[in-house]
Design a protein around this ligand. Structure first.
Ligand code: GLV
Ligand code: MN
Ligand code: MN
Length: 409
């Protein structure tokens, strides 16, 4: 019958990967294209080596590991996720999906099973977007949603471009990023929320994602001295930005349970003691299950920002630089995952993903689906992020069962 996931091997791989860029609290920090991310990629390739996979890499750093099928003309069944993390990353976000995919290939290899269709395991570059924004950069570029040249020119907070980081890390491959010859895309991911644990669901069938809108804003005031400048003569960009931050939080609170809004990045100039700040930049995003509701949050925040700008005599430039979703994943693939979970006596629950995932950019190109495994206490982007060995292994088994059915023997 179908081969079985080796839960100990999968768990050990996840634990070993976490030792690259370890943080004192037990998580990992592997920002895209840093030496830690590069080391993680090398370890991943080392693990792939004995499986006889063909390795391709594209010019934005996406990694494709291909297992040949007996039908050389068949499109591949693809799966994977990402190995990069946020600065306060845990051990599972993205990693579970890549290494569950690796375990699928290892289990097939051990069982000596050749599939009809080829299989392709993917590590997408810079899913997190912590160092280089926007998030899901590699999949966006591969999907044609973000032009390669534009992505290469994006810089991190130190002014290093994606192009430079790819060159320095040796991660820029020869392939031109493009949609690949796949007939299905599957991504296993941790839930990153508390719902599955609370409801006792073992496998989450992700039927779609929220709609998210990302903004960069620049508040421009006037530099002045914190002493002699009377309060009413100031055009303080940081104080204005603080009001924006509170408005964003209020918008998120008002949009629960379907919506969220968060400011997650700030840069303040000159950021010098003694100076009233005059340039403050923020990054925030709004997201909602309903696109209409997210658009309404966007509109109401823009209105609040013009009010703040007028009252404080500052300028606020709004750059809505990225968006994703809402995506409805492929119903047939969702049904297949549900059926494979049921066949293993696992309970399922249909879910909407609130985080961005590379699958969002695959869905318009190829039938795509995601499955979730539970996150203990819903903790994520945190060193305490955790799923049990059994939870991850169950998801990997469903992934393997689905891949085998799609690829055929
Ligand atoms: C990225 O994962 C996001 O949800 O913004
Ligand atoms: Mn992720
Ligand atoms: Mn993440």
């Amino acid at each position: 019958m179908t081969p079985t996931i080796d839960s100990d091997r999968l768990w050990q791989s996840i634990m070993d990967m976490a030792e690259i860029g370890p943080t004192p609290e037990g998580g990992s920090c592997r920002l895209a294209l840093t030496s830690e991310d590069t080391a993680a990629r090398a370890l991943f390739l080392r693990w792939c080596k004995p499986l006889g996979l063909h390795h391709d890499q594209d010019a934005i750093g996406n990694m494709f590991l291909r297992r040949a099928g007996s039908d050389t003309t068949a499109p591949a069944i693809a799966f994977g996720s990402h190995l990069d993390t946020v600065p306060t990353g845990g051990r599972f976000d993205g990693i579970a999906g890549v290494l569950a995919g690796l375990e699928v290939l290892r289990a097939l290899h051990d069982a000596g099973i050749a599939t009809r269709a080829p299989l392709e395991l993917v590590n997408w570059m810079n899913e997190e977007g912590s160092r280089f924004s926007p998030a899901m950069m590699g999949s966006r570029v591969a999907a044609g949603e973000l032009p390669l040249a534009r992505a290469l020119a994006i810089t991190d907070d130190a002014g290093i471009s994606v192009a430079q980081a790819l060159a320095d890390s040796g991660q820029g491959g020869a392939l031109t990023p493009a949609p690949r010859d796949w007939s299905a895309w599957l991504e296993l991911h941790i839930e990153q929320g508390p719902v599955m644990e609370a409801t006792g669901a073992e496998i989450g069938i992700v039927v779609g994602t929220m709609h998210a809108r990302y903004f960069q804003i620049t508040v421009t005031g006037e530099p002045s001295h914190v002493g002699p400048t009377e309060m009413n003569r100031r055009h303080d960009s940081l104080a204005a930005a603080a009001e924006v931050i509170m408005e964003v939080e209020r918008a998120g609170l008002a949009a629960e349970p379907g919506g969220r809004a968060s400011t997650s990045w700030i840069e303040n100039t000159p950021n010098a003691r003694g100076n009233v700040p005059h340039i403050t930049r923020l990054h925030f995003d709004v997201r909602h299950n309903s696109q209409e509701a997210a658009v309404a949050m966007d509109a109401s925040l823009r209105q609040s920002m013009s009010g703040i700008a007028e009252r404080r005599g500052v300028r606020i430039d709004v750059n809505p630089y990225a968006a994703f979703g809402p995506i409805a994943f492929d119903r047939r693939l969702g049904a297949l995952l549900r059926q494979k979970a049921a066949a293993r006596q696992l309970t399922t629950r249909d879910m909407i993903a609130a985080a961005g995932h590379d699958s969002v950019f695959m869905a318009p190109l190829v039938p795509s689906a995601m499955l979730f495994v539970p996150s203990v206490a819903g903790i994520t982007h945190n060193p305490k992020e955790y799923s049990t060995k059994e939870q991850v292994a169950r998801g990997a088994q469903v992934l393997l069962d689905a891949v085998l059915e799609l690829a055929g023997i």
